[in-house]
Design a protein around this ligand. Sequence first.
Ligand code: PBG
Length: 331
Amino acid sequence: MSGPLRLGTRGSALAMAQSGHVAAAITAATGRAVELVEVVTAGDRSSAPVQRLGVGVFVSALRDALTAGTIDLAVHSYKDLPTAQADGLTVAAVPPRQDPRDALVATGGRTLAELPPGAVVGTGALRRIAQLHALGLHLEVTPIRGNVDTRLGRVLGPDADLDAVVLARAGLARLDRADVITETLDPMLMLPAPAQGALAVECRIDDSDLVELLAALDHAPSRAAVTAERALLATLEAGCSAPVAAYAVIAEGEPTGSDAEGDVVHEIYLRGAVISPDGSRDLRLSRTGTPADAAEIGKALAAELLDLGADSILGHEGTTGPRTQQFGSTE
Ligand SMILES: NCc1[nH]cc(CCC(=O)O)c1CC(=O)O
């Protein structure tokens, strides 16, 4: 390989910003030139609700181009990647994650608590719809879709028709629009999507030079956090548009007697939630462990949620577990 690496990307402003950032990081770390190749996905062509379009609408065309060899690597928003690993492909790098929290953009600079009952909040994601209802603020939630600018236009533009929208903070930050945020939402109230704010850099497994080269971009704590969150999602057999939320933090833990002196001990704290779309059933649990066990911690937390009846919220068949209901509160 000697020519520029071909990096496949969606053409949206957000995807181009993310891909440009990764391209620059690759060149800085390795000296290799990278060219961006735009790939149109089914998700870009359709304006139907994402839930109806099905799994991986933003990624299949990119994966097909990787497999066909017309591109060498692809950059995805990690939260849009289906949990099923694609044949012959690997996530070779998870760059340092951006702030994974959700953000509110409201008229009049308002926060969630300042919105009156009946205020209309736009969001297309079931997990956000469900959590907004679970807050018990009597907000009206209306489904919206489209790119970041389109969504912001529903609140900020001359044709604004909503009181507020909820978006990923990372998307706004990557587009240099974090200035419009009126409240960054506390994950205890609005738990983000699994892997939100993280990128996945994917390439062919057998492209071993590139796999090795991309390892330079990998950020271990971000990968561990995302691994835990996505293991939870996969165990619940839910996709990126299900009312499932998860957020893992890697923090320095307390050294124990058995640790060598001076060693920094890391701990992973994972929180997960499954909420019915109307917010009436709201299961939230947390678990801690060591980052090396990230996948096991995600699976174990998912199993606990299933024990509480997550299956029946997600509408899976063959539910036998108890139907525990926890209304509204996150405390
Ligand atoms: N589903 C669309 C999508 N995919 C990734 C992001 C934001 C950036 C990220 O989470 O990495 C968004 C927009 C949003 O949820 O507001």
